[in-house]
Design a protein around this ligand. Structure first.
Ligand code: G6Q
Length: 552
């Protein structure tokens, strides 16, 4: 990001200039902006390596973008980007480097942490993943009774679940035909009970994924899975049916998983950025190592683009700046992510963690309270399902809900006209949100339906759509490992850039750690019959009620 940037100014004057600019253009709707500039779509569209970002349907102008780029410069984004790629410990509250980019550093240029190049270790784990996944896929790796593996069950939660779960589903068209994939994350025993019920232990492989190998939910599920397996096949079967993905070799050994069956990653990989590491093992088992590496290639290409492309042509930066505009200048409190692709059904949930855990912070890097809003509440469902549910609020509610529409032009499933119908909806929604429907248009429509007079007039206000509702459209030719890798990395760098602009550390998650501590204290009080510990009166009352109902 060097060279093409304006010299950094102070941050506050740029925020003030943005606020003035917002007020100046407040009277101009997107309809006006499109009418005034026939070249608008092209001027506000970027593409890189087959991924197209059209952000023209936002309430912004060229001046808006120039000011926003000044903001990124003033926040020192180029320097922070350099620091991240160079392996500096930019996660200051945990004193860690942030190097998911090293996991997909396909050019193998050295990346140093504490004076040592991490690439040999990264490549060694990739080589072990290649060997193991090939053996499971071709049937050379068998279960304890000599049968081939048919079901893979990933046990993990949060960052050790959401990435592989999302990607295995997104790339289902490339899945190995013999292997079925299951994911167990919740400590609610219903999930593991229902997952294991139809499976045959002799053909099941468990992947226990946990960075710390200490997470309550994962350890409970892994213990239940081991008991299920050994009840059928004996203790000796564990080595053929359990592998671990972790940074904690000692705990993996204590659980009883052979060191030879452990795939390592490192403290500089954040949980929510870990699908590029051995946490991606289920993805590699599903689509094969060559295709897993295509996913890494796609992300690596996006890394290079983010690091080197000039700010005006930089996709992740632009997505970040449009988000800052909508959040901080237009006051949006939410962000909808709406993939028009059933495979991406879990993509909003994945991004929910990536964005809200990274940038859901109210204290800056300097330890002081931030003065502006940080991450919006992110939500979404695949289209067209969402259209029949919550889009009502997006079209006609009182809130501004910026939307990211995502679609592949081609489908892997040639089922009649389905894909054309899906794409027609993808195109129609962002157009409708932008244009809206005026009272005159509503009137004409009602008249065409045969209404007249008072009956017609009574309906007009309900049939008006204010329009002027912002959206981005992200289009790829088809969803494959490479484009999925690019898409995820696009959002990762968007999140990073926004974190820098907001002055927060995007890479810690103390709010998550709190949950890990609290339940540990209450569990023995719930299970025991001694006097409960000191709590507020509400918690005491709820605890007493549960104990009373559970008493034998
Ligand atoms: C991710 C978070 C969190 C984490 C889970 C699982 O960035 O830190 O979602 O991934 O709590 O942690 P373990 O992998 O250590 O089990």
């Amino acid at each position: 990001m060097s060279g093409q940037w304006k010299k950094a100014a102070a941050l506050e004057p740029v925020w003030a200039a943005l606020a003035r600019h917002r007020d100046e253009i407040a009277g101009r709707t997107m309809r006006d902006l499109f009418a005034a500039d026939p070249a608008r779509a092209g001027r506000f569209t970027l593409s890189f390596d087959g991924l197209l970002l059209d952000y023209s349907k936002n309430r912004l102008t060229g001046r808006t973008m120039a000011l926003l780029r000044d903001l990124a410069a003033a926040a020192d984004l180029p320097a922070w980007t350099r620091r991240m790629f160079a392996g500096e410990r930019i996660n200051t509250t945990e004193n860690r480097a942030v190097l998911h980019v090293a996991l997909r550093n396909r050019g193998n240029a050295p990346i140093m942490v504490d004076g040592a190049d991490v690439m040999p270790e990264v490549n060694a784990v990739l080589a072990r993943m290649r060997d193991f996944t090939a053996r499971v896929r071709d049937g050379a790796w068998t279960g304890a009774t000599g049968r081939r593996i048919a079901s893979v069950v990933n046990i993990g939660i949060g960052g050790s679940d959401l990435g592989p779960r999302m990607a295995v589903e997104a790339l289902a068209a490339f899945r190995h035909e013999r292997l079925a994939f299951h994911f167990v994350s919740n400590v609610d025993g219903a999930e593991i009970a229902r997952t294991l019920a139809p499976l045959d232990p002799a053909e099941t492989l468990f992947v226990v994924a946990s960075k710390t190998f200490a997470t309550q939910e994962t350890m409970a599920n892994a213990a239940t899975a081991r008991a299920w397996l050994t009840a059928a096949l004996g203790d000796g079967a564990v080595a053929r049916h359990f592998v671990a993905v972790s940074t904690n070799a000692a705990e993996v050994a204590r659980f009883g998983i052979d060191a030879a069956n452990m795939f390592e990653f490192w403290d500089w990989v954040g949980g929510r950025f870990s699908l590029w590491s051995a946490v991606g093992l289920p993805i590699a088992l599903s689509i094969g190592m060559d295709r897993f590496e295509e996913m890494l290639d796609g992300a690596h290409a996006m890394d290079g683009h983010f690091r080197d492309a000039p700010p005006e042509r930089n996709l992740p930066l632009t997505l970040a700046l449009v988000g800052v505009w909508n959040t901080n200048l237009l006051g949006a409190e939410t962000q909808a992510v709406l993939p028009y692709d059933q495979g991406l059904a879990r993509f909003p949930a994945y991004l929910q963690q990536a964005e809200m855990e990274s940038n859901g912070k109210s204290v800056g890097r300097d330890g002081r309270r931030v003065e502006r809003a940080t991450a919006p509440v992110l939500f979404g469902e695949p289209g067209t399902n969402g259209q029949h549910a919550f889009y009502q609020l997006i079209h006609q509610g009182t809130r501004l809900v910026p939307c990211d529409f995502i679609a592949p032009a081609e489908t892997h499933y040639k089922t009649g006209r389905h894909h054309a119908m899906l794409l027609a909806n993808f195109l129609a929604q962002s157009e409708a949100l932008m244009l809206g429907k005026t009272a005159a248009e509503a009137r004409a429509e009602l008249a065409a339906e045969g209404l007249t007079g008072a009956a017609l007039e009574a309906l007009v206000p309900h049939r008006v759509f204010g329009g002027d509702r912002p959206s981005n459209s992200i289009l790829v030719r088809r969803l494959d490992p490479r484009t999925l890798g690019m898409l995820i990395a696009l959002y990762e760098h968007k999140i990073f850039a926004q974190g820098v602009i907001w002055g927060i550390n995007s890479f810690d998650q103390w709010g998550v750690e709190l949950g890990k501590q609290l339940a540990t204290r209450i569990l023995p009080e719930l299970e025991g019959d001694g006097p409960p510990g000191r709590h507020d009166s509400s918690t005491t009352q709820l605890l007493a009620q549960v104990r009373a109902w559970l008493k034998p």
